[in-house]
Design a protein around this ligand. Structure first.
Ligand SMILES: [Zn+2]
Length: 232
């Protein structure tokens, strides 16, 4: 039995600092090594050193994928999902320094599904009465705040869910106590823009060329009855 707690990182061998260390199932990892892990893997409770080492190898390989990434489209205000249409892969970027951030680059084919949740919050608008006290309008008036949360589920990665918010500021719409009728919501350009972006993201990530008997759209290819024209 060890009398003293081990003072070095089980991955890099450097001295462990007092804070930020990660307790693995069979060892301890320093703050610097833990910071190189994917932000999507959570607190890694129960992970073994073997699993963490393997993740770090993948994370290092990911740097080249980020360097080669060729963004053809992106969506989102602060957190951005970037698409590389040529290589059929995406990454979610959350800072201005993509090299330092090293966001996980994920092939579209690893996406299980994609969904958008519109979160709604109701805030009452108040007015001041003659004494300067905040009081309700008659009838009460509200504004509704909407946030657009995209959730992408993936397979074959050390994590299975990526969640990010498309909008920076909530989209606000004024209304009564009963909420916003769908027609009024759809009349709001910002609301429509985010819903449309979420639909496009889903369309891009879940489209499988050639799946279900579909022929991948090939520009300039002859569209004859003989089939795809690909060699057997
Ligand atoms: Zn370390």
């Amino acid at each position: 039995m060890a009398l003293f707690e081990k003072k070095t990182c089980d991955i890099c061998g450097n001295k462990l600092g007092l804070s930020g260390r990660l307790k693995a199932a069979d060892g301890t990892v320093c703050k610097a090594c833990a910071a190189r892990l994917s932000p999507w893997t959570g607190d890694q409770k129960g992970a073994t050193l073997h699993e963490l080492r393997r993740q770090l190898v993948l994370r290092e390989a990911n740097r080249q994928l980020v360097a080669d990434f060729d963004t053809s489209r992106s969506y989102g205000d602060t957190e951005r999902i970037c698409m590389d249409a040529g290589r059929r892969q995406f990454m979610i970027v959350r800072t201005d320094n993509v090299t330092l951030e090293n966001p996980d680059v994920i092939p579209y084919d690893k996406v299980v599904d994609c969904s958008c949740t519109v979160e709604e919050d109701r805030v009452e608008d108040l007015q001041k009465d003659e004494k300067g006290k905040s009081v309700s309008f008659d009838p009460p008036q509200y504004h509704y705040l909407f946030d657009f949360i995209v959730t992408i589920r993936v397979r074959d990665f050390p994590f299975d869910t990526l969640t990010f918010r498309l909008n920076k500021d909530s989209v606000g719409i004024h209304g009564g106590a009963d909420g916003i009728p769908a027609a009024e919501r759809d009349a709001c350009a910002d609301y429509r823009r985010y819903v449309h972006a979420a639909e496009e993201i889903d369309g891009i990530l879940t489209f499988r060329p050639g799946a279900g008997g579909q022929t991948p759209p090939t520009a300039g290819a002859p569209d004859g009855p003989a089939g795809s024209g690909l060699p057997e």
